[in-house]
Design a protein around this ligand. Structure first.
Ligand code: FES
Length: 103
C-alpha cells in the first residue's frame, strides 16, 4: 500500500548542531543533517525515553542526551548492544523541505 511523504521541517531550519526533534503526525522523530545528507530516526531513546533530537551527533552516530546510548542514524543500530535497533525512515528533500515516509 503506498504511503505519503510528510513534511517535516525546512532544511535550513535544522540547527547547526545537525539534529533536531520534530513531531510528524503525532510521532516524535529525530532529524539529522550530516554533511548535507538528511536522515530521520525515531526520536525516543528506547532506554528510558530520552529525546534523541536533543542529543549530539558524532559522525553518523547520535548520542542520547540522558545516559549516552549511541545509535547509527543510517540504520538505527545501537553501538554496543546488537539487539537494539531504533526505527529509521526514508527521507527526501523537496523544495528545500525535508519530507519523510513512514512504512
Ligand atoms: S534514555 Fe537514552 S540513554 Fe538513557
Amino acid at each position: 500500500m503506498p504511503t505519503d511523504w510528510k513534511h517535516v521541517i525546512g532544511v535550513s531550519d535544522i540547527p547547526a548542531t545537525g539534529l533536531v526533534e520534530c513531531v510528524v503526525d503525532g510521532r516524535i522523530l529525530a532529524v539529522y543533517n550530516i554533511d548535507g545528507k538528511i536522515h530521520a530516526t525515531d526520536g525516543i531513546c528506547p532506554h528510558q525515553g530520552g529525546s534523541l533530537g536533543k542529543g549530539s551527533i558524532h559522525g553518523c552516530v547520535v548520542r542520547c542526551p540522558w545516559h549516552g546510548w549511541e545509535y547509527d542514524v543510517t540504520n538505527g543500530q545501537h553501538q554496543s548492544i546488537p539487539a537494539i535497533c531504533i526505527p529509521t525512515f526514508e527521507t527526501r528533500i523537496s523544495s528545500d523541505n525535508v519530507e519523510v515516509r513512514f512504512p
